[in-house]
Design a protein around this ligand. Structure first.
Ligand SMILES: NC(=O)c1ccc[n+]([C@@H]2O[C@H](COP(=O)([O-])OP(=O)(O)OC[C@H]3O[C@@H](n4cnc5c(N)ncnc54)[C@H](O)[C@@H]3O)[C@@H](O)[C@H]2O)c1
Length: 382
């Protein structure tokens, strides 16, 4: 349970699976009763929850806010650091867990976050990071991306699959309020329709896709079986300033290199059309999903819609802001084959309907914002 330890006027208990009703409670906790830290009333109330809830899922939100720290696994990666900035801006506390120990992108916020160096594949390190930092929510972003997964499927299994198991186990054992996970369009694959929604068939053929769909299912299982508040977004390609090494990095490099005055030779052809989401919107989605009311969620995993532009169209948008941009195309067959599994649109209707998610940037606004970010700190993005 998380609450601020003082007498509270109103407490709302949320986050229980629908089959887990709150029993009648004599103290009126659920209808706005008083709760004191470790008070007998609080304990009695907890005891009135179903056995399932008592053991596995007792989450208290105070005045709509979850108290406690956020742990971001993969916290030194592209999305992790951006998410950390966003959470700090919102007044939240952040711990970054990553196999790396530092990042040049951390400089502006280094004094405001704690960095825990650790390996997701190591249960003791994950458990210790969660337990010793009073963590309430894990944003589970740490993963090996497509090229690393293909280079070593065994390492991918250890990090992406065992790592997710460790995160979910920590959430279960330490009674965390939520686990927010980032999956991918790469979980679809051959046989999926041109526009995919949450019911579309998922038969990934890459190791990355296999680990991501396994993690989705594991999270869903932990929710059903243990009541872990697992929530997940399936991203299109996330594009933002930084240094990612994923197979979809062409979209980032196509904006970042010209913004630095450098030529860029893309490894895709102009007709390649993958759905994209701007980094700031990708982060915003995680924040929105965490804040969503439990009763509004009809599923644990949501697709996010994105922009649908070809590589050629994206190059033209960049040239519109940077007329001197030199962008050429020199397609790489292997990369195209991997990417071809993702040549489809993501239907983000359900995220919009259930928890009100909308993109905050149009494609032009995102390219413009991206360029100005790179040009404001060019040395960072070289
Ligand atoms: N960038 C995208 O286009 C995209 C699209 C779909 C899903 N995602 C998912 O979003 C998440 C974040 O992606 P990103 O773009 O920030 O990637 P990234 O590579 O920039 O960040 C991943 C981070 O995970 C860390 N990491 C790797 N192995 C680890 C381990 N064993 N223990 C702890 N940390 C480890 C890396 O050091 C890195 O900092 C990933 O789970 C990724 O699969 C990203």
């Amino acid at each position: 349970m998380w609450y601020d330890g003082t007498q509270l006027g109103k407490v709302t208990v949320v986050g229980l699976p629908s089959h887990c009703q709150l029993a009648t409670n004599p103290t009126g906790l659920c209808s706005g009763g008083l709760l004191r830290e470790h008070s007998q009333e609080a304990l009695d109330c907890v005891r009135t929850l179903s056995v399932f809830a008592l053991r596995e899922k007792t989450v208290v939100f105070v005045r709509g806010q979850q108290m406690g720290r956020n742990l971001i696994t993969g916290g030194l990666g592209l999305i992790g650091i951006s998410l950390a900035r966003r959470l700090l801006r919102d007044g939240e506390e952040v711990v970054l867990f990553d196999v790396a120990s530092d990042s040049e992108f951390l400089k502006d916020i280094a004094h405001r976050v704690k960095v825990v160096q650790g390996d997701l594949a190591n249960w003791a390190q994950v458990a210790d990071a969660v337990k010793s930092n009073d963590v309430a929510c894990i944003y589970h972003l740490g993963a090996l991306l497509t090229p690393a997964c293909e280079a070593s499927p065994q390492a991918a299994y250890m990090v992406n699959m065992n790592g997710t198991l460790h995160v979910l186990e920590a959430a279960r054992l330490f009674g965390l309020a939520s686990v927010i996970f980032t999956s991918s369009i790469a979980t679809y694959g051959p046989g999926a329709p041109p526009v995919v929604n949450e019911d579309s068939v998922q038969r990934p053929t890459t190791m990355y896709g296999v680990t991501k769909i396994a993690a989705e299912r594991l999270g869903d299982y932990y929710h059903r079986r243990f009541g872990v508040n697992f929530r997940c977004v399936r991203y299109p390609l996330v594009v933002g300033p930084g240094h990612t090494v994923g197979i979809s990095r062409y979209a980032r490099e196509m904006i970042q290199k010209p913004a630095l005055g450098r030529p860029y030779q893309a490894y895709v052809d102009e007709s390649v059309r993958l759905p994209l989401i701007y980094l700031r919107d990708a982060v915003w989605a995680l924040v929105c999903l965490k804040r969503a009311e439990e009763q509004d969620l009809k599923r644990r995993v949501y697709n996010l819609g994105g922009f649908y532009v070809t590589a050629g169209e994206l190059a033209d948008i960049v040239r519109g802001y940077l007329p001197e941009a030199q962008i050429d195309f020199s397609p790489d067959k292997t990369a195209l084959k991997v990417l071809s599994d993702m040549f489809r649109d993501m239907d983000g209707t359900r995220a919009r309907e259930d928890w009100g998610f909308h993109l905050q940037y149009t494609v032009d606004e995102f390219v413009q914002d991206f360029i100005s970010e790179v040009q404001s700190s060019p040395s960072l993005y070289e």
